[in-house]
Design a protein around this ligand. Structure first.
Ligand SMILES: [Ca+2]
Ligand SMILES: [Ca+2]
Ligand SMILES: [Ca+2]
Length: 301
């Protein structure tokens, strides 16, 4: 009886907690998230150039290469992304990126988060070197709808790269107000600061709205912004974090509890680790309690 009560309690706790998607890039992509290099309407459709992508023990590193999503050019390279179902509840997209300029100049060299349906419908939030301000750093956002690019009307402080070339970037949607808020932390001790131009109605960014309402891709990118020179800039990503009210038993965060989630629990059976996605009830062990949660929730969205 005590076991049944414990199980019910654990199940209740799990139902109340959202399932985040988190990849820390520990030596590679976490295979359960199904990372892809594909970008619809881009040429090449598979943007991966292995010579430009690598991993340290805890980071993804992408060396900038000519190519961009800008307007109809659609030639970006090395844009990894994960596929997400429609986002639910209070959802959050977050990354941490360092961008070194190397010997490049002449453009808005940038790196950050991008949410897209395809190469002509996206929203990005980025760290950027400003060529008209002696390559000081700042943060900004851009978006494209049906191939027409526009500044997203989001800006932040301007600072010297010698004061730090790493930021955390966050997009957060608040369903109570229907607004998107964007924040950055340049790790100078001031923590999260809201962008100038935030909050905004989600409808201000149609491509982001489309991803949120219908699903799409959430990715990481670096773009020379029309500049060039060597050595090439390098973007170093620490993690990608996506928070949405996925069902707790939706281990792979694809919008449905099904056999794929069951397999992930089975493959991880017996694993003891903090924050393992297959540890649905969050007790530190993947075991039969987690398996039961998948079975009880089979077919749920
Ligand atoms: Ca485009
Ligand atoms: Ca699933
Ligand atoms: Ca467990």
């Amino acid at each position: 009886m005590r076991g049944v009560v414990g199980l019910l309690l654990a199940w209740t706790v799990a139902v109340l907690s959202a399932q985040p998607l988190m990849d820390d890039f520990f030596g590679g992509f976490d295979s359960q998230h199904g990372w892809s290099w594909g970008v619809p309407r881009n040429a090449p459709a598979n943007t991966h150039d292995p010579a430009r992508v690598g991993f340290t023990a805890e980071h993804l590193q992408i060396t900038a290469q000519a190519g961009t999503l800008y307007q109809g050019v659609n030639s970006i390279r090395n844009l990894p992304s994960v596929s997400v179902p429609a986002l639910r509840g209070v959802w959050v997209l977050e990354t941490r990126v360092r961008l070194t300029r190397g010997g490049a100049s002449g453009g808005y060299i940038q790196a950050g988060l991008v949410a897209f349906r395809d190469a002509d419908n996206y929203f990005n939030l980025h760290l950027v070197y400003l060529p008209d301000q002696n390559y000081a750093l700042s943060v900004s956002g851009g978006h494209e709808q049906a191939g027409v690019y526009g500044w997203a009307g989001l800006s932040g402080a301007v600072w010297s790269p010698s004061a730090g070339d790493t930021v955390r970037l966050m997009v957060r949607y608040e369903p109570d107000t229907g607004r998107v808020r964007v924040f950055y932390d340049r790790e100078d001790g001031m923590h999260w600061r809201e962008f100038t131009g935030s909050p905004r109605p989600l409808s201000d960014f149609p491509a982001l709205q489309a991803v949120a309402q219908s699903g799409g891709q959430i990715g990481l990118y670096v773009d020379l912004g029309g500049g060039g020179g060597s050595p090439a800039p390098v973007a170093t990503f620490d993690y990608l974090h996506i928070l949405s009210d996925y069902h707790p038993a939706d281990v792979n965060c694809d919008g449905i509890v099904d056999d794929a989630d069951l397999l992930q629990v089975l493959f991880a059976f017996g694993v003891q680790r903090c924050n393992h996605p297959a540890d649905i009830n969050g007790d530190g062990t993947v075991d039969d309690a987690d398996l039961l949660q998948v079975l009880f929730s089979f077919g749920a969205r």
